[in-house]
Design a protein around this ligand. Sequence first.
Ligand code: PAF
Length: 278
Amino acid sequence: MKIVRTVAETRAARAPLGRLGFVPTMGALHDGHMSLIGLARDGCDAVAASIFVNPTQFGPNEDLARYPRPIEADLAKLEAAGVELVFLPTVEIVYPAGFDTRIEVGAIAERLEGAVRPGHFSGVATVVSKLFNIVQPDVAWFGQKDVQQTRVVRQMVRDLDMPVDVRVGPTLREADGLAMSSRNVYLSATDRAQAVALYRGLSAAEAAWAGGQRDAAALRSLIAAQIAATTGVVDYISIAETNTLEELELVPPAGAVISLAVRYGATRLIDNLVLSAR
Ligand code: PAF
């Protein structure tokens, strides 16, 4: 496994790798990331990953400083998974002195996470476009857990004609249903036990939908009831159109995405579930 840190080194190391699958990450790798690494090999000659805690996607009161950075353990996992190339830049490499360009994706980036975290998706789009330009992958994999991020990246790739095939891998869950996330390590034992309410809410809404409930407000209140049974504070509960993530009043035959963001103490958790057409 080759570890590269500069733009020139990365491009040189990437050149002979053929069709390249890529998993951009902020590290603190869990099984969800590792499943994307496994998927990235599909149809590709080699797999690359990046580890970079991107400051421009964190708000001023967010967890940039305390974001976990277990770099040695991360590299060992990537090595064991047979990854060929790891891009491990510093902030100065990605944002050198004088850096002054940002990518603004439109409406899709403004709702839900974008409304609660202003500037977040601009930071994501900017760094992902840089990572694409530096690593030059053919296929890039993102996790379904960050569903809005996958839509924002798809919109950017389409609008800016980036030659990258964006694919989405499923959310991996702990035994009780909590979606795997690098941020789960922040949860106290009490909050960890309560955090299962996100999945309980999603499952309750899915069951109601499967039973014929199409009213989005009714589905939202089923989820809200699960969260209200805990100390969780809801940022949003959304039933939205699958691609645009526009809020719905009725779930159409094509289905919808249910997503939510809930805070337990200082830890903010997100999760989602796709109601697919049947
Ligand atoms: O999903 C993440 O870990 C980050 O948002 C990403 C895509 C690596 C960009 O920093």
